[in-house]
Structure formats: C-alpha cells, structure tokens
Design a protein around this ligand. Structure first.
Ligand code: PEP
Ligand code: MG
Length: 575
C-alpha cells in the first residue's frame, strides 16, 4: 500500500482499478519535400484538419447538452482547427521552407504552445494543453497513426501524466469513476471537467503514472487529495464507508441544493461563493451559492494592466450570470503570494509585508481608478459591492474611499449611469485593523473576515511555507478573539460581517464560526453542499457551546481535538 498526496480538484471518493493512459509518442523529424510535392503536402494538412474537425462535431453531438463545459472545450478546439491564421502559418511553412505537413504543423503549433505556456497566469498557461491537443489530433491524422478512443468495460480510475482536453471530454460518458493525474492545478481542464462530471479527481501527483500498473486498485479521495494505491483491508473498509457516505451525499445533492442552510432551531446562514473568473459563477450557483461574496480580480491582470473596458466587460459577464444576485468585487490584491512582481517595479525583501494590495493601488492610482470606474459602471446591471483588501490603517481606508467618491463624481459629470449607491466594505485580514474595528465600523458598509491572511499576519506564519505549516492555526485563541471582536463591533454598528477565508470551507470549523456569531459565509463553491449539510444538522445552541469552549481553550491543539471529535459525531462516515 502507498499513499500519495496531490491537489484535490473534484470532490468524492472512488475505489476502482487503474487504467493507465499513455500519451502518444509523436516524435516528428525535420523532413523536407521536393517543390513538386508542396501542394500535395498542403492538401494532406487540410485533409487532416477537416477530418479532426469532423470528429469533433461527432463528439460534440454525442455529448448533447448535458455537459456544456465539455462541448465548449471541443468547440474551441474546432474553432482553432479552422482558424485561417493557423492554416496560413502552416501552409506558408510548407511553401517557403519545403517542410513536410507534419513538421510544419508541429513547428507552428509548438510556437503557439510556447507562447501560451510562458504566460504567467495559471489559467492561460493551462490553455497550452489545448494547443498540444490540437497538434496531437492533426499529427495522428497526417501520420496515419490515429487510434480508436479507448472503451472501458468496467469502472476504472484513469491515471495519466496529463490528459488532453479532448481525451477528458471523450471519456465523459465512459465508465471513468476517478482521475489521478501527474500534472495540473485547479484550473486544468481535467479539473474543470471532473467537477462538471462529478467524478472525484486529484491532480499534481507528480509521477503517479510511473508508479502504478493497469489493474492496481486505487482509492481517490477528492476531498483531501490523498490517493492510495493497493490499499490494505482496513484502509479499504474505511474508504468504502466514506465512499458510501459520499455517494449518498451527492445523490441527495440535487434535491438539497435549493434547501436553505438553516439550523434545526431556525437560524439561517447565507452561503455565497468565492470565485476568480466570471465563468465560475455558473459552478457557484450550481452548488447552491446565493451570490458571490468574494470575486478575486487578480486574474484580470495576468496579461498586463487591463483597461477600463476589459474590466467592465469581465465584471458584466459575472453580474449578468448572477441574474440579480450580489457580486462583491474585491479590488486588486496583487503582490506576495499573488504574483505580479512587475506591478511593484522593484524587488522587495519581504513582499508579504511590502507594497502590495491596497498599498499598491494607493501608490499607482491610475491602476486603481480604472478598476473603480468599471466596478461603479457595472452596478447598473445588477447589485455589486466594492471590497478593499489588506486595509491596515484608517488613513488607508479614508484615502481609498476618497478616490472612490472622486471616481463616482467623475462618472456622474460624464453622464454615466450607475446604481444610486454602491456599498463599500473592507477585508479584515490585518490584525491592526481588527484591533480597532469599533472605530472603523462607522466608516464602512460591511466587513469580510479574510482568515487566510488574518492567521498569517497574526501568528507571523507564512501561509505558503510548508516548513511552518504546523504553526498556521486558525483555531488559535488569539484568532478567535479577533474574530469575535469584529463580529461584536459589526453587530453594534448594525453592518454586515461575513467570512471569506478558507476556514469556513472546512467542516471542522463550521460550528465554531457560527457559534462566534457569523451568519454569512463565502466559500469555495464545491464546499457549499458539505457546509450546508452540517448547518442543517445542528442547533445554534450547540454552535455557541462549541465556540465558548474553543474561546476558553489555551491552545489551538485542544480546540482542534475537540472540533475533530465533534464533527466526527455529526458526520461519522465522512471522516
Ligand atoms: C483571505 O486572506 O482570507 C482571503 C480570502 O483572501 P486571499 O486568500 O485572496 O488573500
Ligand atoms: Mg487575503
């Protein structure tokens, strides 16, 4: 038995034998053709492109409407295959360099691929896999090496170094019950599709495809990212139990999605979602999100500074998809863990404490103003709020608010339509602001507690450093006191307080946070159903007991043990 840890990207448990997918070995040699063969090579390329495009049509047709995300991926491939730019680039290489069709196609697509791969954004660099995929589809046809897609006769866990998007999409209706992939991240196609298919998946497993053979038994835990190869009897029994729970859970999910997240004694907790791309709104709503409590806008800056129109276009997409539900737009939070060294323009010895986030926006006001103009303008299409990250002093808050007001007046003078009022709030994620929260409460419309950073800055523990990960303790009594103070101050001032840190996605902390007084959570879309399940099984009285107990603990380890016991009793099969 071996247990390997990767990145969980689609929840659920699966136990099945391994089907190993090897990638096609398509080594293309530099070959030339004579002048008289140029036209036939061009025809060979065109034929391959037509054939690949036709096959995509068949796959799209077979998928029907129930898996729109797979259809969209295949449709994009089709558009790329039919793109006149690609055709002229390849035919020029054949004509001018006398390359074979295969070599010309691999050179051109290789260049496209490299361009995408170098992009800083994880999302865009993942798109380089689409280019590889198209290359594979073309080359297998040009070289006459096309294989029939694999048909599985029994439930399998697909293990591969990487799956091309079309491979993943073509498996959509097969007997694939899990994915374990060497490479990839949250935004890889396998991840997106696995979630759409509701198939448990773990990616980023490094060399799993070299460690297993066909027929090995594999457990995939899409909640924790653990993958167990050839589990022993005891482990198998534990996972079977967990799988049964998970299966029931997902079967009931469709029904439960519309149910309120209400405790047995009638307290409702609103569950919104955290997103990074407007496309994620659909997933958030599918999982039962009531709106978007945190829209991380950093992705928009991947390709340099977006102009106001790009901001507006992107936000409008999210607002329209929300159809009247609320969107909380967080202004640029670049720096430290969120890439963008080029924003700052100089190297910093300690970027987590450096010129990041709101500090950067106040220093580079053009950047800030174009985002604010778009955020205010989009308010005409649906309810939006503006949220300022990393506020550490009242001066910062006042400066940011003054700029917002100035931008608003500017828009009014230009005759631009906006909602009469766009609420402005802050993330409470720096201890200095949490400690004077009563003084800030009169100056904002809402607070959202960002525990990811609040824990990091309060405990002086880098949130991404695995060497100090054991010191990163969300249930540290100091953190709980800070959270409690923020809630009390908000209640006194009559403003909304929510939490948008990962802490509220974790089952063990749900009762604690409710008991501390939080009624609004914003969390990863896939965590919403589990959190709702927990809320619906408890009373607020219990939650308050849990919170009191943790608040009076001396150390986090005591609370952690207690919370683990408590949650195990609540959802015994889950743990
Ligand atoms: C946080 O700090 O808790 C938070 C939600 O924001 P981010 O993870 O984007 O820093
Ligand atoms: Mg943060």
């Amino acid at each position: 038995m071996e247990t390997i840890k990767g990145i969980p990207v689609s929840p659920g448990i699966s136990i099945a034998s391994v089907a190993l997918l090897r990638s096609d070995n398509l080594r293309i040699h530099r070959r030339f053709v004579g002048k008289e063969e140029v036209e036939s090579e061009i025809r060979r390329f065109e034929r391959a492109a037509r054939s690949a495009s036709r096959d995509l049509d068949i796959q799209i047709e077979a998928l029907g409407e129930d898996l729109m995300i797979a259809v969209q991926i295949l449709q994009t491939h089709k558009d790329m295959l039919n793109d006149p730019g690609l055709h002229s680039d390849v035919t020029n290489r054949i004509r001018e360099n006398k390359f074979t069709a295969a070599y010309a196609a691999s050179i051109v697509l290789g260049e496209y691929h490299d361009r995408f791969e170098q992009m800083e954004s994880e999302y865009l660099s993942e798109r380089s896999h689409d280019i590889r995929d198209i290359e594979r589809q073309l080359l297998t046809r040009i070289l006459g090496k096309r294989r029939k897609p694999r048909v599985f006769q029994e439930n399998v866990t697909v293990v591969a170094h990487n799956l091309t998007p079309s491979q993943t999409a073509s498996m959509a209706k097969e007997m694939v019950v899990g994915f374990a992939i060497d490479v990839g991240g949250r935004t890889s196609h396998t991840a997106i599709l696995a979630r759409a298919l509701q198939v448990p998946a773990v990616v980023g497993l490094k060399d799993i495809s070299r460690k297993v053979v066909n027929g090995d038994i594999m457990v995939i835990d899409g909640y924790t990212g653990e993958v167990v190869v050839n589990p022993d009897k005891k482990t198998l029994t534990t996972y079977r139990r967990k799988a049964r729970y998970s299966e029931n859970f997902f079967n009931q999910l469709q029904e439960e999605i519309s149910w309120p997240a209400e405790t047995i004694d009638g307290y409702e907790i609103s569950l919104s979602a955290n997103i990074e791309l407007p496309e994620e709104v659909a997933t958030a709503l599918e999982w039962g999100g009531k709106g978007i409590g945190l829209y991380r806008t950093e992705f928009l800056y991947d390709q340099g500074f977006p102009d106001e129109e790009l901001h507006l276009k992107t936000y409008r997409k999210a607002v329209k998809a929300l159809r009247g539900r609320e969107l909380v737009i967080r202004t640029l939070d670049a720096g430290a863990d969120k890439f963008h060294e080029e924003f700052v323009g100089f190297e910093e010895p300690n970027p987590f404490l450096g010129c990041r986030s709101i500090r950067l926006c106040l220093q580079q006001q053009d950047l800030f103003r174009s985002q604010l103009r778009a955020a205010l303008r989009v308010s005409v299409y649906g309810p939006v709020k503006i949220m300022l990250p990393m506020i550490s002093t009242i001066e910062e808050l006042r400066s940011a608010k003054a700029i917002i007001e100035d931008v608003r007046k500017e828009l009014v003078s230009e005759g631009v339509e906006m909602a009469p009022r766009v609420p402005v709030g802050i993330m409470v994620e720096v201890p200095s602001i949490a400690l004077i929260i009563d003084r800030v409460a009169d100056e904002v419309d809402f607070f959202s507690i960002g525990t990811n950073d609040l824990v990091q800055y309060s405990l002086a523990v880098d949130r991404v450093n695995e060497h100090v990960a054991h010191l990163y303790q969300p249930s540290h009594p100091g953190i709980l006191r800070l959270i409690k103070e923020v809630i009390l101050a908000s209640n006194r001032a009559g403003i909304q307080v929510s939490i948008c840190g990962e802490m509220c996605s974790e089952p063990a902390y749900v009762l604690l946070l409710m008991g501390l007084g939080l009624r609004h959570f914003s969390l990863s879309p896939i965590a919403i159903p589990t959190v709702k399940r927990i809320i619906r099984q408890v009373s607020m009285k219990e939650a308050v007991e849990v919170a009191d107990r943790c608040l009076s603990s001396e150390q986090a380890s005591e609370s952690e043990e207690y919370l683990a016991e408590r949650i195990k009793k609540l959802v015994p099969d889950f743990y």
